[in-house]
Design a protein around this ligand. Structure first.
Ligand code: SF4
Ligand code: SF4
Length: 460
């Protein structure tokens, strides 16, 4: 932050202590730079770059992250999640939620301040606005003057740059569902229509208005996270805190406080709150107030941490407990879920079988007295290579009649076949449970097998 001594003095002299609740009025956010903003921008740059660059990378000819909705397959690097493995995605989302609970219990809203896409895009848009319109005082001045040619050009330039980023964001978002080369072709040839066009426009328009104008209101109104953070934190959680005792001093004892009422912590706050009023659900944990107050305090030759990450217990003069039961429980659940997901991914055979019994012809008597049942079978090759399989019977004395056994299935293909199972009737048995085993017989995966249980009907 480039705050000159003179300006700081003026701010101090004014000691304005203006009303700091801006209500629904536009919040003009003052620029600030410091230790925590540096960390935040490293995080923003990393995640924004990852988001924009990933769709342009190809690994084995495919995007590293692709949600192929029509084929109902999700490609995450070289792992393909099939519809029958969708529980893995569900478990991943649950793991992310528990991770959020864990991080909130440790360091409050670190997700909101450093990682949330809402914060990342809003911060980028705020910086563009500052570069074009100037910092807070210049923006406030510009907002008051009537529309002039100069003002119009500045606002247009800002909106055009926001618009370009918003459209590129819409395009990038869609690239996670339609490979970006195909998306470009469809846009150039005017073939982008239906849901694809709808989502492209929606995400672009949403990014423009949300990051440009709605900003902090998204965190304060529709986002539920801020409202239940109280339940996720405890007196040992490290959150952005104003050291009231040090800041206010003690009038009775004649001890002057370190807060000089410069109001800068309010002016840099993207949600327009005053951290000196204590913990508030509007605080997104961006630490901008920490950085600005550190500059103020250092200029005054005082310790920079009047506003800092601190726990409620620390403020009461108690010890902050790092290891506590809720963290141990979260860590145990996280360890279990992550291990389970990894175990499932590493040990999955890469192929599967699905069986549906023919319901229109439940069973048939053969001339030699044996009984036949017909099944519709799907063989899924979920791997990156072509595979050979043999279908076998288990727990049933009988034989399989099909024109395709053994069978070859290409990588990523679902092979449909119809097969008939023939067995001799067992006295007094109307139904028998058995398995169809799909065994891999090619060199690379010899011996690996999966099976599915089904029923064999002798009579009704
Ligand atoms: S807390 Fe720090 S930044 Fe805020 S008014 Fe006091 S001295 Fe200024
Ligand atoms: S109070 Fe401080 S940490 Fe909280 S949102 Fe405002 S500037 Fe960010």
């Amino acid at each position: 932050m480039c705050l000159m001594n003179k300006e700081l003095k003026q701010e101090e002299q004014k000691n304005e202590n203006k009303p700091v609740v801006y209500g629904r009025k536009k919040i003009f956010v003052r620029h600030v730079w410091g230790i925590f903003q540096k960390k935040r921008w490293i995080s923003f740059t990393f995640f924004a770059s990852l988001f924009y660059i990933l769709p342009w990378i190809r690994i084995n000819g495919r995007q590293p992250l692709l949600f192929d909705i029509p084929a109902r397959k999700f490609h995450i690097f070289n792992v393909t999640i099939w519809p029958q493995e969708i529980y893995l995605l569900t478990l991943t989302l649950i793991t992310a939620a528990i991770g959020l609970f864990f991080s909130t219990a440790v360091v409050g809203r670190v997700w909101c301040g450093y990682l949330c896409p809402q914060t990342v895009f809003t911060s980028i848009f705020l910086e563009i606005e500052r570069l074009i319109l100037g910092d807070r005082p210049a923006q406030m001045k510009l907002a008051k003057v009537p529309m002039t040619f100069n003002k119009f050009i500045k606002l247009m330039l800002r909106n055009i740059i926001w618009g370009i980023i918003a459209i590129f964001t819409g395009f990038t978002f869609m690239s996670y569902f339609i490979p970006n080369n195909e998306l470009i072709d469809r846009i150039i040839n005017g073939n982008l229509s239906g849901w694809a066009l709808f989502w492209f426009i929606l995400i672009s328009v949403f990014t423009f208005f949300d990051a440009g104008f709605f900003r902090e209101q998204f965190c304060l109104v529709p986002c539920p996270y801020g409202r239940f953070q109280g339940a996720l934190q405890d007196p040992n959680s490290l959150v952005v805190t104003y050291d009231k005792k040090r800041g206010e001093g003690n009038k009775n004892l004649g001890i002057k406080g370190d807060c000089i009422n410069c109001n800068l912590c309010v002016q840099v706050c993207p949600t327009g709150i005053d951290i000196r009023n204590g913990a508030q659900f509007e605080c997104i944990g961006c630490a901008r107030c920490i950085d600005v107050c550190a500059i103020v305090q250092q200029k005054k030759g005082r310790s920079p941490d009047l506003i800092r990450y601190a726990s409620e217990n620390e403020m009461k003069g108690l010890k902050t407990k790092i290891i506590r039961p809720r963290l141990i429980i979260y860590a145990a659940i996280l360890t279990f879920l992550i291990s389970f997901i990894l175990f499932k991914i590493i040990t999955r055979p890469g192929f599967d079988i699905e069986i549906t019994k023919n319901r229109s012809l439940m069973y048939q008597k053969m001339p030699d007295g044996s009984i036949s049942n017909m099944y519709f079978v799907k063989v899924l090759n979920m791997s990156e290579e072509e595979q050979m399989y043999m279908i076998k019977l288990k727990d049933l004395d009988g034989s399989i009649i099909t024109g395709e056994n053994p069978l070859k299935v290409k990588s990523g293909d679902v092979h449909d076949l119809t097969l008939t199972v023939v067995s001799k009737p067992i006295s007094n048995e109307a139904i028998s449970k058995f398995s169809l085993v799909l065994e891999r017989i090619d060199e690379k995966g010899k011996g690996k097998s999966v099976e599915e249980r089904t029923t064999f009907l002798y009579h009704e």
